[in-house]
Write a protein that binds this ligand. Structure first.
Ligand SMILES: Cc1cc2nc3c(=O)[nH]c(=O)nc-3n(C[C@H](O)[C@H](O)[C@H](O)COP(=O)(O)OP(=O)(O)OC[C@H]3O[C@@H](n4cnc5c(N)ncnc54)[C@H](O)[C@@H]3O)c2cc1C
Length: 391
């Protein structure tokens, strides 16, 4: 097996790095952890769109670049490496555009794909509900036909970026009597400000506002917003979840912390000598580097599977479970190396490395929940790769 990137791919990586370096030089933004999901910067997204890096894998006739998933992973890896504020376009580019390409009507493709390509669709993912997280098929939000519309009633929770979204991708029940229950679910894509929609932010453990509750009270949505086949939404979702778990975000989203930690260890002294000379610190950092490189191989394997046209379900489950465990170890190691100062919040006077350790340590608890919990991902692996019986 040849693990090398092609000349064209290396050139692409170089181009993305150069773009991001230039942005940093101009002081347009500061690198941050979890920027892919928390840092909303419409102008940055516009500049990424102008580069043609949104919809990179889409066919050219739909405005994409017709490139492969490895190429896309190169772009996203660099965005994450630099902690770039890519949240405005991330969900739309990663999975919603692909869903519309797969399941949308010609009219939907004509209307919606250009919106995503221009970086103007800030999408919220309306899947989880208070009683339906891992068991998504239990969702209760309903969409009832009424003439040319559906009327939506119900509640979603943990909707990332809900305060910024201008479009929502919603999964709702369209057949309450379906047996089994997952056969009565459909998907919709519509504007997030329709009358009857209320977004209520949830303050997270870091004090930040990232995810939200979203309430639908008689929201009238035209039937043209149904994506794919009525009552087949659950099968479509399974495909999208593969995409959701296939990126580099759950390995590299805290890369700015890793870099800052190395720098901090070189510059800070303990007992008269640089931290980086302490054997225990060196070993911890080296161990993280080993784990990071193993994780990158997992991620590139997933992209390779996608480039071969196969569904990467167990591969992406394995990669995401590995990636989140790595990030949790990175956050814990940062707290160990920084000592008590590591627990200081970003605004504290003596906070080291901009409070990244504090942010990552607290946020990392959620990494193994979002986009599928590690237990669920391991179940997928057990079932689909190891051939173990279902529970
Ligand atoms: C930071 C963050 C961002 C998120 N963003 C979004 C978003 O944008 N949109 C959205 O729709 N959702 C979002 N979510 C929700 C996320 O998808 C759910 O939290 C996740 O699916 C788990 O559901 P739950 O929280 O209801 O936990 P539950 O499903 O109730 O699970 C609780 C525990 O039981 C375990 N468990 C459940 N079932 C099994 C089983 N069969 N076998 C073994 N163990 C099991 C789980 O692993 C977990 O440890 C986000 C979550 C987080 C933390």
């Amino acid at each position: 097996m040849d693990f090398r990137f092609s000349d064209e791919q290396q050139q692409l990586r170089q181009e993305v790095r150069q773009f991001l370096e230039e942005e940093l030089k101009q002081g347009l933004w500061q690198p941050s952890c979890d920027a892919w999901i928390m840092a909303y910067d419409p102008q940055f997204t516009k500049r990424v769109s102008a580069k043609g890096w949104i919809g990179l894998t889409w066919p050219k006739e739909h405005g994409g670049q017709g490139r492969g998933y490895i190429d896309r992973l190169i772009v996203t890896e660099e965005m994450l490496r630099y902690g770039a504020p890519a949240a405005c376009h991330w969900f739309a580019d990663r999975q919603i555009g692909g869903a519309i390409l797969h399941y949308g009507t010609e009219e939907q493709k004509r209307e919606l794909l250009p919106l995503i390509l221009r970086g103007e669709a800030y999408v919220g993912l309306g899947m989880s509900e208070p009683e339906a997280g891992s068991d998504l098929a239990s969702l209760k939000t309903k969409a009832v036909e009424d003439g040319d519309d559906y009327i939506i009633d119900g509640q979603k929770v943990w909707t990332s970026g809900g305060s910024y979204m201008n479009w929502i991708y919603l999964v709702a029940r369209t057949d309450p009597d379906a047996v089994p229950k997952h056969k009565g679910i459909s998907e919709f894509f519509f504007k997030a400000d329709l009358p009857g929609t209320t977004v209520r932010p949830i303050v997270d453990i870091t004090g930040g506002v990232h995810f939200n509750e979203v309430f639908f009270d008689g929201v009238r949505v035209p039937k043209t917003c149904l994506i794919g086949e009525k009552n087949r939404g659950f099968y479509q979702i399974l495909n999208q979840l593969d995409y959701e778990r296939s990126g580099m975000e759950r390995l590299m989203a805290n890369y700015p912390l890793f870099e800052a930690l190395i720098q901090y260890s070189k510059e800070s002294k303990r007992n008269g000598q640089p931290l980086a000379k302490e054997p225990a610190v060196r070993a911890k950092l080296a161990q993280l580097k080993i784990e990071l490189e193993v994780g990158r191989l997992h991620m590139y394997r997933v992209a390779l599977v996608m480039d071969e046209g196969r569904a990467p379900n167990w591969e992406s489950s394995m990669a995401k479970a590995y990636g989140t465990a790595f990030e949790q170890r990175l956050a814990s190691t940062a707290i160990e190396i920084l000592g008590l100062y590591g627990q200081l919040a970003p605004k504290s006077k003596r906070v080291p490395i901009k409070g990244m350790a504090y942010h990552s340590y607290l946020s990392s608890k959620g990494y193994s929940l979002q986009a599928g919990t590690s237990e669920i991902l391991k179940n997928i692996l057990a079932l689909r790769k190891l051939g173990l019986p279902s529970q």
